[in-house]
Design a protein around this ligand. Structure first.
Ligand code: TEU
Length: 561
């Protein structure tokens, strides 16, 4: 008989360790800090914790540049503390998945140190090394092996005068791309994955995993070649051998394991067609993927830094397409935020007048679709964008690179800081706001990044005892998913697809049916007659309202009576 996978009714909580809880007073979140807060997560009701990288790293990209995959970085704690975390998570009936960052390593990883030491050594082809383009003198613009730009700005190639060749880095120069064409690389990755699963973790969040297969010729890209560098994405996003590599990985690592694991791929640029291939359980690839189409709706032609307001209709169109396309053969992850995105209540809601209402409305939209919801730390208490006003408050390699790029091209600084204030990844990386004590209870020392000054009113302690509690609302949503099959497995039908303010959809399974109605605006919204008069299962307004009208940012969940 068809037994739905365990994660169809699970909820995942992402911990960005560096900003979660500091137990030593050095201003940086750590593993013991996570252990001390596990009861909070149990009470929220989440099933899985996704822990952002705590592996040994020079921290150029806050741990997404790994120099030793089998060591915990001393910044975050000891091997014993990690094993204690794992035991404490399992003791509470939760699971722990880790980031797997294998599109690239740190440039301080021993494999890269050896690889870069000479033109011919056992590790040389573990990375992408290429000669300067003919006719150009090395380390000058145009000499790079192709015209690809790095996702963090500048060229995707760095020249190494020691061997007079360039190496490829889709991200920062401290993150050289691994050459997955090399069987030696793939074997070493699978061995490391097995080592972690043998240690007892419950799966992986696979970082940039759809970038690992590049078009072998690494050709110039015609896309966006107008600027200094082009967009190489057509030659590395979901590349020619990506499915072959992932199927080989899953066989090598999971074929002989019977526990219940979770494997989610971070696949920026993935299409629904590709996502079906990645998540169709008959193909033996991934359980689910993070797609990014709804994360680009407020990007103008110039990309993420060319910020413009999102149109709800576009969001609904994307949600409907992903729900319908993966309904039978695949599975969706459901998310609005993570450590790379601005805070969702500021980006999609109203973080001032209607912070509680809009945070709970968007949580309703995410948690009641078909898929596995991912909660980013702090979203369960409606944490907002950082409100930074000066450059020296920023830490993120991507944001600092953008500032340099923009200001050197003469864009006025005020506009650049305004854009960073809306878009920077640091918006989601300020310390978790636990209570109104100094540093929001995050640390007894000076935090590595400023605490949001609104912590005195926006914090877990205040929210949990508030009459309008976002935390308690999330608890109800999670409980609904645990209790009702129509939430985890029911069909999805978008309602009023063209309405610019109403986000309404129906879930149905057998004779069970839920209708979800959300007024994504600060105005009043008439409710279509056919949606009237059903039993209210959950709502984000305390007192029942006029059945004919939705109040500002009101979410209502009805069961067919
Ligand atoms: O992000 C990979 C990715 O898809 C990026 O385009 C990401 O969406 C971008 O940073 C947003 O502007 C992963 C990690 O989530 C990110 O934190 C790392 O910086 C990156 O890989 C490199 O490891």
């Amino acid at each position: 008989p068809y037994r739905p996978a365990w994660w169809t009714s699970a909820v995942v909580y992402q911990i960005y360790t560096r900003s979660f809880a500091d137990s030593t007073g050095d201003g940086i979140g750590d593993i013991t800090g996570v252990i001390e807060r596990l009861d909070y997560l149990s009470e929220l009701g989440v099933d899985v914790i996704w822990l952002s990288p705590v592996h040994q790293s020079p921290q150029h990209d806050n741990g997404y540049d790994i120099s030793n995959y089998r060591r915990i970085d001393h910044l975050y704690g000891t091997e014993e503390e990690f094993d204690r975390l794992l035991a404490e998570v399992h003791r509470r009936g939760m699971k722990l998945i880790m980031d797997l960052v294998v599109n690239h390593t740190s440039d301080e990883h021993s494999a890269f140190v050896v690889s870069s030491s000479s033109r011919s050594n056992v590790s040389r082809d573990s990375y992408y090394w290429r000669d300067p383009r003919r006719g150009f003198s090395p380390d000058n613009p145009g000499a790079e092996p192709n015209n690809w730009g790095s996702i963090f700005g500048g060229s995707a190639w760095k020249y190494d005068p020691r061997t007079e060749q360039y190496y490829l880095h889709l991200f920062s120069p401290h993150q050289p791309d691994l050459n997955w064409e090399s069987t030696r690389v793939r074997t070493r990755v699978y061995e490391m994955m097995n080592w972690w699963l043998d240690r007892g973790i419950d799966g992986f969040r696979m970082d940039a995993i759809n970038f690992i297969s590049k078009r072998p010729a690494l050709p110039d890209s015609p896309v966006g070649s107008g600027g200094m560098y082009a967009n190489g994405a057509p030659f590395y996003v979901s590349g020619p051998r990506v499915h072959e590599f992932i199927q080989e990985m899953m066989r090598a690592v999971f074929d002989y394991r019977t526990s219940e694991y979770l494997v989610v791929g971070e696949t920026d640029g993935v299409t629904v067609e590709e996502a079906v291939l990645f998540t169709d359980s008959l193909r033996g690839e991934l359980d689910m993927v993070f797609q990014f189409e709804h994360m680009r709706l407020d990007h103008g032609p110039g990309g993420k830094w060319d910020h413009l307001p999102m149109k709800l209709r576009d969001f609904k169109t994307i949600a409907n397409r992903w729900q319908r396309s993966l309904a039978d053969r695949g599975w969706n992850s459901l998310y609005l935020g993570n450590h790379d995105q601005p805070r969702s209540v500021s980006r999609f809601g109203d973080d001032a007048e209607y912070r509680y209402e809009s945070a709970t409305l968007w949580a309703t939209v995410i948690h009641l679709q078909r898929g596995t919801p991912f909660i980013y730390q702090g979203d369960e208490i409606g944490m907002t964008n950082a409100g930074f006003t000066s450059l020296d408050q920023y830490r993120d390699v991507e944001s600092l690179a953008y500032y340099d790029y923009a200001v050197t091209r003469g864009i006025n600084e005020e506009h650049v800081l305004d854009t960073l204030g809306k878009v920077s990844r640091d918006n989601a990386r300020t310390p978790m706001q636990w209570d109104d004590s100094p540093n929001a209870g995050f640390s007894a020392g000076k935090p590595w990044i400023d605490v949001n000054p609104n912590y005195r009113s926006v914090n877990a302690a205040a929210d949990r005892t508030a009459e309008k509690s976002i935390f308690r609302y999330y608890q109800r949503l999670i409980q609904l998913r645990h209790e009702s099959l129509v939430v985890s497995l029911g069909d999805f039908e978008m309602l009023e697809p063209n309405d610019p303010q109403l986000f309404a959809f129906r879930r149905s399974l057998g004779n069970e049916e839920l209708t979800i109605m959300c007024n994504v605006s600060a105005g009043l919204l008439p409710v279509p007659a056919y949606l009237h008069g059903r039993e209210l299962v959950l709502g984000n307004y305390g007192e029942p309202g006029d059945p004919n009208v939705l109040r500002p940012w009101e979410a209502r969940v009805h069961r067919l009576a």
